[in-house]
Structures are given as C-alpha cells and as structure tokens.
Design a protein around this ligand. Structure first.
Ligand SMILES: NC(=O)c1ccc[n+]([C@@H]2O[C@H](COP(=O)([O-])OP(=O)(O)OC[C@H]3O[C@@H](n4cnc5c(N)ncnc54)[C@H](O)[C@@H]3O)[C@@H](O)[C@H]2O)c1
Length: 446
C-alpha cells in the first residue's frame, strides 16, 4: 500500500520508518526543507535508538522517501497520516492550526478517494473538523470526491519508539465507514497476523482514548509523587511502598517511580487539553487539575530542598547537573523538569556544570538568549561536570548515571553532596561512600 506521513517529527518519522519496515511504500512530507534534505542524505534529525538503521535500510530498499511537496505525497498515497504537532495554547487547549493547514492542503490537492488519518493527538471532534475543512476546499474546486477521516492515535514512547511501534500493546482505530475500516485493517495486517490487538471503535472514542491513556499515566506519576512526599514526612520508605503496591496486578509496577514529575511533549499538554475539553463542556476534571498542580510543585520542592541546603544563598556555589532530556534515551527537552531546575538554580545565583549524553545541543539552542551564558559550562563528560562542584543534581535517570562509580563521584566533587531527582542510587550505598544523599521521599528526620 502507498501511504504518506505528513509531519516528520518523532511520530511521523518513526511511524513512517516502521510502516516501511512492515513492507508498505511510505512517503514522508514535512514543511522543513532542511530536515527533508538531511533525511534524503541519511541524517536523522532526532535521537531515537535504532531509527537510523530503519531509515537507512528502508530508504535503500525504495520503500521510504522524503519530500517537501504535499501534492506529491497526496497524489502518491491511498492513506494519508497527519502527524503534525498539536501544542498547548495559553488556555491549555490544543492548538490545531498545523492540523488545519494540512487538512486544507489535502482538500486542495486530492482528486480521488483517500483515507485521511489523524495520528496527531487531537480533541474529540477533530476528525469532523478535518472533514469539514477538506470538504470546503473540494467545494471551492467544484469537486465531489469521496473520502474518509479516521482516528489512529499513537502510543509510542520516545526512547523506545521503534520497539513500541513494532510491538504495540494495542492499536486503536476509530473509523466510521467499512471501506476505511478494510483499508486500515489491511495496513495493520502485519501486526494482527502476529496477534497484536487492533481495536476498531467509533472516531470520538478513539480520540478520547489517547487523552485518557496519557492523563491516566500522568495521574499515576503525580499520585506516587504525593505518596513519596508523605513518606518523607512520616518516615515510611517510598521504595518499599512502591514495591509493595506495584506488585498488586490491579495497580501494576510501571509509572510508580517517584521523581521530579513528568515532562515531554505529550503528558503536560494532553493533561491540560483534557482539562480544557472538560471546561468547554461545563465539566471540572478535578483529578487532572490536581495532577497538573502536583507535577509543577514537585520540581519546585526539589529546587527548594537544594536552595535550603545552601541557606538559600547559591552565589558563588557551583552545581553539577546530570540529565537535561525529559527522560532517558531521547534528546527531547520539551517541558523537561531539568530546564526548570536549571533556570531556577541560575536565578538563585549558582554556576552550573551540566552534562547530558544526547540533549546538550538542544539545550544550547534553547539557551541561546538566556541571561547568564557565562555561568553554564557544558561539560564533555559526566566526570567533567562533577569536577570541583559543591553538589551534584540529577534530573534524568540515564543508565550511564546509574552505573557511575560513586567512589569516583565523591573524589571529583568538591563536597560530596547529591540531590537525586530520580532516586537512582541506594541510600545505603551513598552513605557508605561518604556522600550526603538527598532523594525524593527521603525522610525529613534522616
Ligand atoms: N512525541 C511523542 O512521543 C508522541 C507520542 C504520541 C503522540 N504524539 C502526538 O503526535 C503529534 C506529533 O508529535 P511529534 O512529537 O512527532 O511532533 P514534532 O514537533 O516532533 O513534529 C511535528 C512535525 O510536523 C511538521 N509540520 C508542521 N506543520 C506542517 C505542515 N503544514 N505540513 C507538514 N509538516 C508540518 C514540523 O516541521 C515537524 O517536523 C502530536 O500531536 C503529539 O501529541 C507524540
């Protein structure tokens, strides 16, 4: 089957490469000419384990190509996936202007039956909105062409996106016509033949499923962070509590790790969008409002603990910062808690020695116009970040940090103090190494 991915970001590029791997012929279209030119030359614009190999292999086999020309992508494809961003507006609503632009473009171009698929995360009703926009453009051209709009939300996680796409827990397709259902069924046959579940449902339910999934996971994270904060006050051990509740199959052990809270391009915006959707219907989504508040507060509690340790005076202090990406195995820094930590510590007067295995370039771009460039040293190694620092602050749980020799950590730091926002070490190991170790949920009395 010939398919098009419109928007070649994390979702569009990974999905396109994976569909090609599954034997489809895929054309990836983006408005960013540099990105497309780079991809044609084999340069992958994002860090995602395994992606380069998938793109190289399928491009060489002629199953994956790249263009900036929407007409070409639409002409050549039976199924067109919209994979553009849907960022938050100030009021929390999803900004659909990229989606609208693509829908209009498809309407201006198509001249035979197509299935248009919303893969971007979009509010309930967006499939209808896309249909209306396409119809309007067709009417302008005096054409009556049949088409379907389908919802096929994406559940991949950055950092393990290929694994998630090739081995999904489930695929959700919201569809209203038998013709589109048959085409989508055919497209996902590679997976259903291997018994990966494919759930067909109505379009509104598919649209809601994506928000409900992300909002639930975000809530689980905030809930566990509140338990950690209460452990700190009561003297309970949050790691033991985590194991104790996670072993209950009704709860499940994933997404129960206390830390700095969630970030990234999805959870924060999807939580806000669902709250906003509620508001437009006169409904207050109280749990999600709390989820959002707890998530923001969590990083500020951490910053406050660091500041308090230094008597709220960080002038002349040097802090090592490990981890900038919003989670390990990605270079994505969108809404990363690490950025808030970095900005506040700079505002409080600290000098920073920062290190992240892959996200440094993104942060350097982000901080181009930041007021204190001279106070941030981008260290080439985790060791170099530690050298002469008054404390280490950990924001992202990369494996390279988990494996780090804590004896060496103590030697390199000027004073052996660690603030761990991801609880990656055993408190006993740190104490034995002679390091003062602060972590999320550490009992206040200790
Ligand atoms: N990133 C994730 O882990 C993830 C997971 C599941 C769902 N989603 C959802 O998928 C959608 C895309 O997310 P992303 O992280 O891939 O976004 P992204 O910002 O990485 O990529 C979006 C791409 O769309 C391109 N674009 C913008 N306007 C365009 C247009 N008119 N025509 C063609 N291309 C255009 C941009 O240049 C960019 O390359 C969002 O709705 C997001 O919520 C993301």
């Amino acid at each position: 089957m010939q398919i098009a991915m419109i928007g070649v970001g994390y979702v569009g590029l990974v999905s396109g490469a994976c569909f090609a791997e599954a034997g489809q012929t895929v054309i990836c279209m983006d408005v960013d000419p540099q990105k497309i030119e780079g991809l044609r030359q084999g340069r992958i614009p994002i860090y995602e384990p395994g992606l380069e190999e998938f793109v190289r292999r399928n491009a060489a086999a002629g199953r994956l190509s790249f263009t900036t020309d929407l007409n070409e992508a639409v002409d050549r494809s039976q199924v067109i996936f919209i994979c553009v961003g849907t960022p938050s507006r100030d009021d929390g609503s999803a900004d659909l202007h990229y989606v609208d632009e693509v829908a209009r473009g498809i309407g201006r171009t198509m001249d035979e039956y197509k299935v248009v698929v919303n893969k971007s995360t979009v509010p309930v009703g967006t499939a209808r909105r896309v249909r209306r926009l396409i119809m309007k453009e067709l009417a302008r051209r005096g054409l009556q062409i049949e088409f379907d709009v389908v919802s096929n939300p994406e559940f991949l996680r950055e950092g393990s996106a290929l694994q998630d796409f090739m081995h999904p827990d489930r695929t959700v397709v919201g569809v209203e016509s038998p013709r589109a259902r048959d085409l989508m069924g055919e497209l996902y046959r590679f997976w259903t033949e291997k018994n990966y579940p494919l759930y067909f449902m109505d379009v509104a339910s598919a649209e809601m499923t994506k928000y409900a999934a992300n909002a639930f996971l975000a809530t689980k994270i905030s809930f566990m962070n509140e338990i950690a904060n209460l452990c700190a006050l009561t003297g309970a051990n949050v790691e033991q509590v985590r194991v104790g509740i996670g072993s209950d199959s009704r709860i499940g052990e994933r997404f129960l790790f206390p830390g700095l809270g969630y970030g990234g391009s999805c959870f924060p915006k999807d939580v806000k969008a669902l709250i906003y959707i509620g508001k437009t219907m006169g409904y207050t989504f109280s749990i999600l409002e709390a989820t959002n508040i707890v998530n923001q507060a969590q990083r500020h509690r951490f910053i406050l603990a660091i500041s308090a340790y230094f008597d709220h005076n960080l002038d002349g202090k040097t802090l090592a910062l490990w981890g900038l990406a919003f989670k390990p195995n990605t270079d994505d820094i969108r809404e990363a808690p690490a950025l808030t930590v970095m900005e506040r510590l700079l505002d409080l007067g600290a000098d920073l020695r920062v290190y992240d295995p892959v996200a440094m370039a993104e942060v350097q771009k982000h901080y181009k116009n930041y007021p204190y460039p001279e106070r941030v040293f981008f260290a080439p190694t985790p060791e170099a970040a530690l050298e002469g620092a008054d404390a280490l602050v950990i924001n992202t749980e990369w494996d390279i940090f988990r494996r780090f020799d804590v004896g060496r950590m103590k030697t390199l730091l000027k004073t052996p103090v660690v603030f761990d926002g991801r609880n990656i070490y055993q408190p006993a190991t740190m104490t034995e190494a002679g390091i003062r170790y602060f972590y999320i949920g550490k009992p206040v009395a200790e």
